[in-house]
Design a protein around this ligand. Structure first.
Ligand code: ADP
Ligand code: MG
Length: 211
């Protein structure tokens, strides 16, 4: 299973590399309609996860998600910290006593994204990371239930993430700091949607190269 704890150190390295590579561009996005700290928030979280990577790799699946969630919660400030912590802690709940499989993950992930929606009191169309995570979760679940090959699943998920991030450009922000700008939030991609897409792409690339 490409997302089992044993694969975790490589996945977190891939995420770290993409955030570092795109840090300046992400900061520019967050400066345009936020406070500019988004990539630093995520980088702090990733560094904390790197320092626990081997420990997490030895845990069982639900325990690994819980540890990831608690680590992220402690390390990341800002809105994105509690939202990502919610995502991972919900993955813990929804993978407990289930087989380690892509089917389990696809179902648990959709429930986890629903928990993030609830936590942030937000939904698709509000110019946030949810404009990526919601279509990605739906696409993943559909592709898995259709019995698609892993490569096809990854292609479809990456395409959904790209479309999602682009969709935020002309949206009016109604949640988070960008909402303070009202109409002036239009015309800029949301930084949190962009980092979600970059992380998904990095995970997909890592899974493909390990297959
Ligand atoms: P902060 O806004 O507290 O500085 P970050 O800069 O780390 O936190 O994260 C900002 C990102 O968080 C935004 O770009 C947006 O994608 C996401 N975000 C903000 N508020 C919400 C919310 N209520 N629901 C979902 N995502 C949100
Ligand atoms: Mg910010």
């Amino acid at each position: 299973m490409p997302l089992s704890p044993a694969k975790f150190p490589d996945l977190i390295e891939a995420i770290s590399a993409t955030l570092n590579e795109h840090a300046d561009a992400i900061t520019q996005l967050d400066q345009a309609i936020g406070d500019g700290d988004h990539v630093f928030n995520l980088q702090r979280g990733v560094e904390a996860l790197q320092s626990h990577a081997t420990e997490i790799a030895d845990l069982d699946w639900p325990a690994a998600w819980q540890k990831i969630g608690m680590t992220v919660m402690a390390a990341i400030g800002g809105a994105s910290g509690s939202l990502y912590a919610t995502l991972f802690i919900s993955l813990n709940k929804n993978t407990k006593d289930k087989p380690v499989s892509i089917q389990t993950f696809a179902e648990a992930f959709q429930l986890a994204v629903a928990a993030v929606k609830q936590r942030g009191k937000a939904d698709v169309g509000e110019k946030t990371m949810l404009d990526v995570w919601v279509p990605v979760a739906e696409t993943l679940k559909r592709a898995v239930s259709e019995g698609q090959q892993l490569n096809v699943i990854l292609d479809q998920v990456c395409a959904a993430a790209e479309a999602g991030v682009e969709s935020t450009r002309d949206m009016l922000a109604t949640k988070g700091r960008a909402s303070f700008l009202g109409e002036r939030s239009k015309g800029h991609i949301d930084a949190g949607a962009k980092t979600a897409q970059l992380m998904i792409e990095a995970i997909a690339r890592q899974i493909r190269s390990a297959a």
